[in-house]
Design a protein around this ligand. Structure first.
Ligand code: GLN
Length: 538
């Protein structure tokens, strides 16, 4: 029988419910417990794939090709496990399934209602994921009281009614600090718990997000007012690094009541390696400056996995990664190359749409010509090839079809068909709707032996990394590229997956997104090699 820890949130969003959920799961995982995680998103979109990164932050891609909420990225990074698209679902998916069933006549003429049809489908999906673990941590997105969240709270109420002490609710709320009164305030938490009760749930534990330590008396007050055990009032004070949270929660005794409720005995997670890495993050022995040439700079959340992957690499190298954010549009206009010059390395991440691409090409040219350690990811690889075609091969009109539909020399192009993860042929047409036409998820990539990329992966011949893109490098130009000193260091099924430059200290670009497989305890190898080389070439 699976245990369920359901994490809900109150007062306002962005309180760190995702990190709280992932921390609880990480503690259980490091205590050798079989744990998995599920994120429920009450919004109507079927998946976040079509949302702008500026709206919702990054779209996290799972190995099986799901475009999921960025919290799934936290989960994988914290519990060092590979999750599936089934570990995230939305209101849109629930309704889609129920309506399909209704159209098929599965409900035998019944009136379809939120209770029981929608709630049953929610419970079915939670249990389907729960089957694979001994404890499933379920994070319910949004804030208690939101209209679209109601069916999910009702489903959890029913689940708790059926499974009793196999369901444990952690409610994350805010304890604001009022500077004028020099006081922490508990009222929002009390109201939030009342709201939760109104829909039939009472919390088993409170996690209180706060700027300042919460006194014993205040915890006692909240324990009484909110009807939770005194040892179930846990504080979450703003931390310098999110990776400190599991350690802080453990010290604050978060595991004990959970272990007691689920009858798990004395849980003693092994946190030695975790502690060492956190120490390296907080007190690194050196520093490296990385120029991050992006365009979604107003919302850094859109580069979440990449920023975290850099943090992981830094933790393993005991180096502070000082990111210099460079708006690619600024590079397009004036000669704003100063920042690139002073940085130790250049990073061009993935992206969509034509805004800022000329600036990125300029940054790539600078890195290539000046021997700056360089990593290009996805769009970064595509533009590195366009730059090389234009400025080294002198191919007039070299472009990507993404930005010039009728490009005379389509260095990057839209292929008509490709073989998907299941080995099935997929036909891509230009008329395809926006959602679901990309090469998505994990694909195998064969590495060229002796290449920098192969070295980064410890000499591996074959690796698996995740993709999210429509366009591909055009094989037609391959010989010309190779004759001029570009090495195709990764390929699969006739597709160019990675390139590097022969006569350069370290210039590597990959079509896949290495950041999606990086975990604190198991950093991604190309990103680690990028940082290693940046440190070496300072
Ligand atoms: N826009 C490019 C494509 O669709 C690159 C995508 C990316 O960088 N994720 O192929």
């Amino acid at each position: 029988m699976t245990n369920y820890i359901v994490v809900t949130g109150g007062v306002l969003s962005s309180l760190g419910k995702g990190v709280t959920s992932a921390s609880v799961a990480a503690l259980l995982r490091n205590a050798n417990h079989r744990v998995s995680m599920l994120k429920i998103d009450p919004y109507i979109n079927v998946d976040p794939g079509t949302m702008s990164p500026l709206e919702h932050g990054e779209v996290f891609v799972t190995a099986d090709g799901g475009e999921t909420d960025l919290d799934l990225g936290h989960y994988e990074r914290f519990i060092d496990a590979t999750l599936s698209k089934r570990n995230n679902f939305t209101t849109g998916q629930i309704y889609q399934t129920v309506i399909e069933k209704e159209r098929r006549g599965d409900y035998l003429g019944k009136t379809i209602q939120v209770v029981p049809h929608i709630t049953d489908e929610i419970i079915r999906r939670i249990k389907a994921v729960g089957k694979e673990a001994s404890t499933l941590v379920v994070e319910l997105g949004g804030t208690v009281g939101d209209i679209e969240g109601l069916p999910f709270y009702e489903a959890i109420r029913q689940l708790k009614h059926r499974l009793k002490s196999k369901v444990f609710n952690i409610h994350v709320t805010l304890v604001p600090y009022l500077a004028v009164a020099d006081e922490l305030k508990t009222k929002p938490t009390q109201h939030s718990v009342q709201e939760l009760r109104r829909i039939g749930l009472s919390p088993d534990m409170l996690v209180l997000r706060s700027e300042k330590p919460i006194s014993k008396e205040m915890k006692k007050k909240l324990s009484e007012a909110c009807d939770v055990d005194p040892d179930c009032v846990i504080e979450a004070i703003d931390a310098k690094s999110i990776y400190e949270m599991p350690l802080k929660f453990y010290d604050d005794g978060l595991l004990k009541p959970i272990a007691k409720t689920f009858d798990l005995g004395d849980l003693k997670p092994n946190l030695r390696e975790w502690k060492r890495l956190v120490k390296n993050i907080l007190e690194p022995s050196r520093e490296v400056v990385v120029a991050f040439v992006g365009k979604y700079l107003e919302l850094k959340e859109s580069y979440k996995s990449l920023i975290e992957a850099l943090t992981h690499a830094g933790a393993h190298m005991s180096a502070r990664i000082n990111l210099k954010w460079i708006d690619s549009e600024a590079l397009e206009s004036a000669d704003a190359l100063k920042a690139l010059e002073s940085a130790d390395a250049t990073l061009v991440p993935g992206g969509f749409g034509s805004r800022g691409i000329e600036g990125k090409i300029k940054a790539i040219k600078f890195a290539r010509e000046n021997g700056k350690v360089f990593l290009g990811i996805c769009l970064g690889l595509q533009l590195a090839m366009v730059e090389f075609a234009r400025n080294v091969l002198r191919i007039d009109g070299a472009a990507s079809q993404e930005f010039d539909k009728n490009a005379k020399e389509p260095i990057i192009y839209l292929i008509d068909e490709f073989i998907d993860q299941n080995g099935d042929k997929q036909i891509r047409t230009r008329q395809s709707p926006m959602g679901g036409t990309m090469r998505l998820g994990e694909y195998e990539c064969n590495l060229k032996s002796g290449s920098r990329l192969a070295k980064a992966y410890d000499g591996a011949e074959k690796i698996y990394e995740r993709h999210r893109h429509r366009y591909e490098a055009n094989d037609k130009y391959r010989t010309a590229f190779e004759n001029a000193g570009m090495i195709v260091s990764g390929e699969a099924k006739g597709l160019i997956e990675a390139i590097e430059l022969r006569d350069h200290p370290w210039f590597v670009a990959v079509q896949f997104h290495p950041e999606f497989t990086s975990r604190l305890q198991n950093p991604n190898r190309v990103i680690l090699a990028f940082i290693e080389n940046a440190l070496r070439n300072k």
